[in-house]
Design a protein around this ligand. Structure first.
Ligand SMILES: [Cu+2]
Length: 125
């Protein structure tokens, strides 16, 4: 009985640690990356993928969100059909050109990389 209670307590601490919002701004790197769009920030603000890699942009908040490249080179609208992605909505984009791209949410950020925004680095940038 005692042992079980201790296990539950540890699990609770881990759960709080994962959901405490301390992951804001952490970088992520991978071939196929999933990035949740919270109210009102991106799960990751620095994303690195190889040329040919993908990012799945997932709505994960009560507000509508999107990811738009600062110069309009790509956006989740192109595959999702609208700039309004809500909780559970997914837009998968493949990136075939190396580059360093600033992206932002048109509702909660701007093309200067302020507010809900981040940087995607494809290949060597
Ligand atoms: Cu947003």
């Amino acid at each position: 009985m005692t042992k079980r209670l201790v296990t539950l307590a540890v699990a609770s601490v881990l759960f709080l640690g994962a959901c405490g919002g301390s992951d804001a701004g952490e970088p992520i790197e991978g071939q196929d990356v999933v990035v949740e769009m919270y109210d009102n920030r991106f799960q990751y603000t620095e994303i690195r993928i190889p040329v040919g890699g993908t990012v799945t942009w997932v709505g994960a908040g009560a507000n509508p969100h999107n990811a738009v490249e600062a110069d309009g080179l790509w956006s989740t609208e192109s595959v999702f059909g609208t700039l309004e992605q809500f909780e559970g909505d997914e837009a998968l984009l493949a990136y075939d050109s190396a580059g360093e791209y600033v992206f932002f949410c048109t509702y909660h950020g701007n093309s200067d990389g302020e507010g809900m925004a981040g940087t995607l680095i494809v290949g060597d940038g």
